[in-house]
Design a protein around this ligand. Structure first.
Ligand SMILES: *[C@@H]1O[C@H](CO)[C@@H](O)[C@H](O)[C@H]1NC(C)=O
Ligand SMILES: *[C@@H]1O[C@H](CO)[C@@H](O)[C@H](O)[C@H]1NC(C)=O
Ligand SMILES: *[C@@H]1O[C@H](CO)[C@@H](O)[C@H](O)[C@H]1NC(C)=O
Ligand SMILES: *[C@@H]1O[C@H](CO)[C@@H](O)[C@H](O)[C@H]1NC(C)=O
Ligand SMILES: *[C@@H]1O[C@H](CO)[C@@H](O)[C@H](O)[C@H]1NC(C)=O
Ligand SMILES: *[C@@H]1O[C@H](CO)[C@@H](O)[C@H](O)[C@H]1NC(C)=O
Ligand SMILES: *[C@@H]1O[C@H](CO)[C@@H](O)[C@H](O)[C@H]1NC(C)=O
Ligand SMILES: *[C@@H]1O[C@H](CO)[C@@H](O)[C@H](O)[C@H]1NC(C)=O
Length: 900
């Protein structure tokens, strides 16, 4: 038996090789224009099949051990080469020979240790070189001698013990030398000699354990602008030494962050008096004591950062001499003393700072703001006091009176614990444009005088306060306002006109969200012609739009024709009036999410033809109907209709699915949040899985269905009509035909009849006729009574026909006998009806002597329907009604014969 395993192993090996080949395939590099990105590919050699004209090559995060020139020589036009995060231990001399135009070489995070003189001798065109995060301990000789154009050299995060990078002046073009996080302890003149000819501007020595500066060391690099010494544990003494070394240099920026400086005396910075220092950063030093006049030697200083310290006390002399200061950052630096949680700011502490524009005092704890705290800050433009614990519960007309002469344009009082604004609280701030009072505890009625004097105000932020109550004059003194925010303020808006906002003609943004507002009049936005952005989300406006609202739906948007952004989310809305958005033709964003909307009136969105974003997220929408959405969907860029209980039937969403399939509109969470609720067959499945093809054939079927049904119904109707009313049709048809064909009319004016009526009766009713009808002849009525009036000699049939023709009307006396008398109901009835038809007459009078059901009467060719109702008479059972019967009969006899 042969062992199957070798065979399997071969196959496995084969697959493995294929896999190796495919992972090392060089075409995985991403090429964009002339840049090739081959990072994160586990490469162990440089790809050889990239376009030869690339100018930038990223080989970072691979497993390269070196940069062999052989492969690189293909890329002669390379300007930038990033070989960071590899395993490179040495740089080949020929590297730069093969890359003649290389300007940027990044070798950070490699394993470089030794720095041979030859490495960069051909790299004259280099402008930036990064050797950060290697293991370089010492630089011997002059490896950088030829880098005449180098401007940035980064050797941070190595283990250098000395700044010495060469033995003779070199690196003429060097501007930034970054040596942070090394092991440099001393700065000595000889070591810096190689920089004698440079125009070095930035020297970063942060995070080095510096202990000593040799006298004159910084004079060698006299052009130095910025010295960065973050996290160098200098302490006050060494700092003073450093400052005196910097005297007379071009130093402009000193970063002294986190250098363990707990106090500053009046001599600490005196060495800097002979400089033009403009920027000093002393942040995060635990600084608690600043002597009077400590900054007196820094008259050129423009920016002072004292953030994150623990200063006990600012006196009227602390900032003495800082007459050019433009910005002062005191954020989180006045956080109490050893004995108190409040730091102390003396009156007039800032009065030297006549040019200060930015004063940042966030996150502080100081005792109080007095009428002289900010005195002298005549150039101040931005003041932030947010999150300050001071005794600022009530802002009075004195609080900021010290800024009376300033040009303050922005005041940030967020989170200051303010409870009340007194009248004239900001009346000193006539230039103020932005006032932030958010996140306080303000609880009051705004009567208007609180904001009086804010003549230039454009934005007031009052959101997140305790309770605000508005009146009709709340904003009367700030007509220049453009943005007003009152989110979550338990707002109370009066229901009567004029609205509190009526004076704000220039208002563009109004935020009334999260207030549980349930009631306001339809004129609340009257006059806000420029309103572009209205936030009304998280209120309780459902009732305002209900049809059953007393007085009808409140169309409160009708005045805001400039609206572009409208948020009405989370309002419990379940109805939208058809005119809710009428005229809002500039609307770009409409938010109606998180409501209870199901039904939309057709054409409700008809004016929103340039809408970009429509949010109907989480409503109760079941169907997406074409007449509602077709026009608004046309311009839409983003639609969010997710999380609705869609009814996945052809009627409800077929049109929507068709639209989704062809639209370019981005539909939020389409693949995950559009789920069918009904019918049971589709419950829980995605709307996109709905089989829309079944709906396509619906249209023709429907037409066919409608036509079929109509035909059948019409047919049934006709059959029923003929069955039950056929005689009437025939009768009227005949009457009409006769009339149209112009048979002579007997009832013409002046025509005379011999008789008023011909009486038809059964033989057995003769007695009744003689007794009750004939007596009527006394009153100028003349009947034709067969037994009496038929001319003798004429054959009987002709006699009857002739007599009928000579009578104006024909009276039928209807009894059971009449119905049974064939002579009567066949021949006579036929002729009477015939006569009525031919002569266009309604000449028949029926007298019922007893109750005869219709169906029995119908067996003769007579029908009640052929006879006018007043020509149908019943013989009364009671004697006293006989007179009335006679009267009726006379009326019937006198009536016109015409069919009306
Ligand atoms: C670079 O070479 C590729 C082909 O290798 C070519 O398509 C492209 O146009 C070239 N780019 C330039 C700027 O010459
Ligand atoms: C150095 O820069 C100068 C001026 O920018 C330029 O003329 C010169 O060619 C550059 N030298 C090299 C070797 O690229
Ligand atoms: C630096 O070079 C200048 C000449 O460029 C020379 O006068 C000065 O003495 C040198 N400084 C030091 C410390 O060698
Ligand atoms: C520095 O302060 C000390 C007292 O602390 C004072 O005697 C000295 O005159 C001050 N020096 C300057 C230059 O103000
Ligand atoms: C400071 O600036 C002034 C004016 O710009 C200049 O005359 C002076 O030499 C500068 N001082 C230093 C030490 O650079
Ligand atoms: C400040 O308000 C008080 C009353 O609260 C008033 O007497 C005083 O005149 C006001 N001062 C200014 C400058 O308006
Ligand atoms: C006021 O300061 C707070 C906190 O830093 C900030 O969030 C807010 O945006 C500032 N207000 C203004 C109007 O800049
Ligand atoms: C409203 O804005 C216009 C145009 O910017 C301006 O001219 C007008 O003075 C402003 N109205 C008020 C009351 O500030």
């Amino acid at each position: 038996m042969t062992d199957p395993f070798p065979c399997r192993i071969n196959i496995l090996l084969g697959m493995f090789t294929v896999c190796l080949l495919c992972t090392s395939a060089e075409n995985q590099c991403k090429i964009h224009k002339e840049m090739a990105d081959c990072s994160h590919l586990k490469l162990s050699q440089i790809p050889a099949d990239l376009p030869s004209n690339i100018t930038a090559l990223n080989l970072s995060h691979n497993q390269l051990k070196g940069l062999p020139p052989a492969n690189l020589s293909r890329y002669q036009q390379l300007v930038a080469l990033n070989a960071g995060y590899n395993l490179i231990t040495k740089v080949d001399t020929a590297l730069c020979q093969n890359l003649p135009v290389l300007k940027v070489l990044n070798l950070q995070h490699n394993e470089l240790q030794q720095m041979s003189e030859k490495y960069y001798c051909h790299c004259a065109s280099l402008i930036e070189l990064s050797l950060a995060s290697n293991r370089i301990e010492e630089i011997r000789g002059d490896p950088f001698l030829n880098l005449k154009n180098l401007t940035v050299l980064d050797i941070s995060h190595n283990i250098l013990k000395s700044v010495k990078l060469g033995s003779q002046p070199q690196l003429q073009s060097l501007q930034e030398l970054l040596l942070a996080d090394n092991k440099i302890i001393h700065l000595e003149n000889v070591e810096l000699y190689f920089l004698n000819k440079t125009s070095l501007e930035v020297l970063d020595l942060s995070s080095n354990p510096l202990k000593n500066f040799q006298t004159g060391c910084f004079r060698v690099i006299a052009n130095l602008h910025a010295l960065l010494l973050e996290k160098v544990p200098l302490g006050p003494e060494l700092l003073e030494k450093l400052c005196s070394e910097l005297s007379g240099t071009g130093i402009q920026t000193l970063l002294l962050r986190n250098i363990q400086l707990s106090s500053i005396s009046n001599t600490t910075f005196s060495g800097l008096s002979m400089t033009n220092l403009t920027s000093l950063n002393l942040a995060s030093n635990g600084l608690s004591i600043i002597s009077n006049g400590a900054f007196a030697s820094l008259p050129q200083l423009e920016h002072l950062n004292l953030e994150n310290n623990h200063i006990f006390h600012l006196t009227a002399l602390t900032f003495f001499g800082l007459s050019n200061l433009e910005s002062l950052n005191l954020k989180k630096s006045l956080i109490g003393t050893n004995s108190s949680k409040f730091s102390i700011i003396d009156d007039l502490s800032f009065h030297w700072l006549g040019r200060l524009e930015h004063l940042i005092m966030e996150d502080n704890c100081f005792s109080e703001i007095t009428p002289n705290t900010f005195t002298g800050l005549s150039s101040l433009r931005y003041l932030t006091l947010c999150n300050c614990s001071t005794d600022l519960k009530t802002v009075t007309n004195k609080t900021f009176s010290s800024l009376f002469n300033s040009s303050l344009i922005s005041l940030n009082l967020t989170k200051c614990g303010i409870i009340r604004l007194q009248e004239g609280a900001f009346s000193s701030l006539r230039s103020l444009q932005v006032l932030d009072l958010g996140l306080n505890q303000i609880d009051q009625e705004l009567r208007g005088y609180e904001l009086k004097g804010l003549d230039s105000i454009e934005m007031i932020y009052l959101s997140f306060n305790k309770h605000l109550s508005l009146g009709k004059n709340s904003f009367s003194f700030v007509p220049s306002l453009r943005k007003l925010f009152m989110r979550r303020t338990a707002l109370n808006i009066p229901d009567f006109a004029p609205s509190p906002f009526h004076s704000l003609q220039n208002l563009t943004v109004l935020d009334l969200s999260n207030n549980n507002l349930a009631n306001f009049g339809e004129d609340i936005l009257d006059g806000l012609h420029n309103l572009e952005n209205l936030n009304l989300q998280h209120n309780n406006l459902a009732r305002l739009w209900k049809r059953v609202n007393p007085g009808g739906p409140v169309l409160f948007l009708k005045h805001s024709v400039s609206l572009q952004i409208l948020r009405l989310d989370s309002n419990g809305l379940d109805e939208i009036p058809v005119n809710a958005f009428r005229g809002l033709s500039k609307l770009k964003y409409l938010g109606l999410g998180l409501n209870n909307l199901n039904f939309f009136p057709w054409s409700v969105f008809d004016d929103q033809r340039s809408l970009d974003i429509l949010n109907l997220h989480k409503n109760l929408i079941t169907s997406v109907e074409k007449p509602v959405f077709e026009s608004v969907f046309k311009s839409l860029k983003t639609l969010d209709m997710s999380a609705n209980p869609f009814d996945c039937t052809c009627e409800s969403i077929s049109w929507f699915i068709n639209w989704i399939n062809v639209t370019n509109t981005s539909i939020t969470d389409l693949s995950s949040e559009y789920i069918c609720n009904t019918p049971p067959k589709y419950h829980g499945s995605f709307v996109t899985q709905f089989d829309n093809s079944a709906c396509k054939d619906m249209a023709p079927f429907r037409v066919l269905f409608i036509i079929n049904t109509t035909v059948i119904l019409v047919f049934i109707f006709i059959v029923m009509l003929v069955r039950f009313q056929g005689w009437r049709i025939a009768f009227y048809w005949n009457v009409s035909v006769n009339r149209i064909l112009g048979f002579k009319e007997i009832d013409k004016v002046g025509e005379q009849f011999e008789y008023d009526a011909y009486i038809i009766h059964a033989k057995k009713d003769e007695n009744w006729v003689v007794k009750h009808l004939i007596p009527l002849e006394e009153s100028s009525v003349r009947f034709c009574f067969e037994e009496r009036d038929l001319e003798a000699g004429l054959p009987r049939l002709e006699g009857i026909i002739d007599s009928m023709k000579r009578s104006r009307k024909i009276i039928f006396v209807i009894t059971q006998y009449f119905l049974k008398d064939p002579w009567c109901h066949r021949f006579k009835v036929h002729h009477a009806v015939q006569q009525a038809i031919e002569q266009s007459q309604d000449s028949i009078i029926l007298i019922f002597l007893e109750d005869i059901p219709d169906y029995k009467l119908n067996q003769t060719c007579l029908r009640r329907g052929m006879v006018k109702s007043h020509c149908i008479l019943s013989w009364p059972a009671q004697q006293e009604r006989v007179t009335a019967f006679r009267q009726k009969l006379k009326v019937a006899l006198g009536s016109s014969n015409k069919v009306n």
